[in-house]
Design a binder for this molecule. Structure first.
Ligand SMILES: Cc1cc2nc3c(=O)[nH]c(=O)nc-3n(C[C@H](O)[C@H](O)[C@H](O)COP(=O)(O)OP(=O)(O)OC[C@H]3O[C@@H](n4cnc5c(N)ncnc54)[C@H](O)[C@@H]3O)c2cc1C
Length: 436
């Protein structure tokens, strides 16, 4: 039995490894380095293009629950992420290079997987296929998917934050702390007083942006990953209540409260690179340099990677897919990853895992796995395949999509207790219903 997987990103790599685990031979196609996407920087599979964080590991957080669920299923990529994690408080952040190289080794050493470096320009017809070509699917394939689906792709924009070299940070000003002293003090914080913040804000709102192409002008941004300049345009204090909020971040050397704080998160295992949290941007590179250097503590920062913005394509999943991620029009075709309209690293790994398992089940003539809406993954795949949307937009894991909790009002008002109960409900359902 054999299947093809298109795209060795987060979803495709996980899908290929799952198929191989179930004894299916896999042709895994990756177009890099033959063709690049504009956001990927290496030739390696499973590259994290922007932040190096997969979000919370805390089970009372929606993303934390999703991680727990896919760990229970034996996700290969989550295991690797945990192996190369770097300190990030309650979150799972990784050394992106070590992660990709480990995944590459897993793929290349697996005798069931044939890793082909080639751009696929048409959906192959003579073999079962999982399409996991991601938000930056090559133009030729995107065009062919459009023809197959009989409609336009939907799209939005995603932006990447800059990364700076740790040795160039001024620690007379910057300080290590985690918010409210929770966990290890692993974030580097650059504090600002009111005057410094106002100066920074003026530079930001007046900074030139990279021109969008004509066809891109009506596209939307993904609401939970807005460029810093878009957030700033919503009001002078928006950033101070968002990524630059100062609460719970105090420099123990001075004990002073700050007006705003820029946080930097460790980006590699050797802790030489740090990314600016929430600073995804589409500003021109010269303007980014001026902005970063206006942040106290970063006045001489060496910028190792500048922020960039990319168009992000997804299919109309409610019309095209079932909750098992199978295509309604062609039963030996599955979709996985960000192209399905699920948003985020963990979500891409999770849907890659589910598509891999379900393709294997399909090839073996077994019933496909459809998860309950009490699980985060089941809720996500139900959401994207539901016909109820008027205007389908990508979604990441969140409590609003899972089945409602049956509990009295007092419990529901206690957020921590409620999310604990929701998490336990999912874990129990998986233990009772799924043989993993
Ligand atoms: C600019 C940007 C920033 C993002 N930042 C974040 C973030 O900070 N946090 C977060 O959680 N999520 C982020 N995302 C969203 C998303 O989680 C990631 O894009 C994630 O990598 C998606 O996983 P994937 O497997 O679907 O696609 P990818 O990981 O992109 O993998 C798709 C693979 O398919 C290959 N490919 C494409 N077309 C073809 C073809 N025709 N033939 C063969 N191979 C092909 C590509 O080269 C790529 O390797 C970002 C997305 C973008 C575009």
């Amino acid at each position: 039995m054999k299947a093809a997987v298109i795209g060795a990103g987060l979803a495709g790599s996980e899908a290929a490894l799952q198929l191989a685990k179930y004894g299916i031979d896999v042709d895994l196609y990756e177009m890099r380095p033959v063709k690049t996407t504009g956001a990927h920087k290496t030739d390696n599979p499973a590259e994290f293009v922007c932040s190096n964080s997969l979000g919370s590991l805390d089970m009372t957080n929606a993303s934390g629950l999703l991680k727990k669920e896919i760990q229970m299923f034996g996700s290969f990529l989550i295991k690797e992420a945990l192996n190369v994690s770097v300190p990030a408080g309650n979150a799972l952040a990784i050394d992106r290079e070590a992660f990709s190289l480990n995944v590459k080794k897993l793929l290349e050493e697996n005798e069931k997987i044939n890793f082909v470096r080639e751009e696929v320009t048409k959906i192959p017809e003579n073999i079962p296929v999982i399409i996991a070509s991601g938000p930056l699917t090559s133009e030729a394939l995107a065009e062919n998917i459009k023809e197959f689906a009989g409609e336009e792709h939907l799209h939005f924009f995603d932006a990447i934050a800059p990364i700076v070299e740790k040795d160039s940070i001024n620690f007379d000003i910057a300080f290590y702390a985690s918010r409210y002293d929770k966990g290890e003090a692993c974030y580097i914080n650059c504090p600002m007083n009111k005057e410094q913040y106002e100066n920074f804000y003026n530079i930001l709102v007046n900074a030139p942006r990279i021109e969008l192409k004509e066809f891109e002008k009506n596209a939307k941004f993904f609401e939970s990953c807005l460029p810093v300049e878009v957030l700033a345009s919503r009001g002078v204090d928006t950033l101070r209540y968002g990524p630059m909020k100062p609460v719970g971040l105090i420099d123990k050397r001075t004990g002073e409260k700050n007006y705003a704080v820029v946080q930097l998160r460790q980006d590699n295992l050797s802790a030489t690179m740090y990314n600016l949290v929430g600073f995804q941007t589409n500003l021109k590179w010269g303007a980014q340099k001026e902005l970063v250097h206006s942040i106290p503590g970063l006045e001489n920062a060496n910028i190792l990677r500048y922020g960039v913005m990319h168009r992000n394509t997804f299919i109309n999943s409610p019309k095209l897919l079932t909750p098992a991620l199978q295509c309604k029009k062609r039963e030996n075709l599955f979709f996985a990853g960000q192209i399905t309209g699920t948003e985020g690293y963990t979500e891409s790994i999770a849907t890659g895992m589910l598509a891999g398992i379900n393709m294997a089940r399909y090839l073996k003539g077994e019933a496909l796995l459809e998860l309950s809406g009490v699980t985060m993954l089941g809720a996500l795949t139900r959401y994207i395949s539901s016909m109820e949307h008027k205007n389908f937009q990508p979604v990441n894991s969140n409590w609003g999509i899972v089945d409602e909790l049956i509990a009295d009002k007092k419990v529901k008002k206690n957020k921590k207790l409620k999310t604990e109960m929701l998490s336990n409900r999912s874990v129990n359902w998986l233990m009772e219903n799924i043989r993993v």
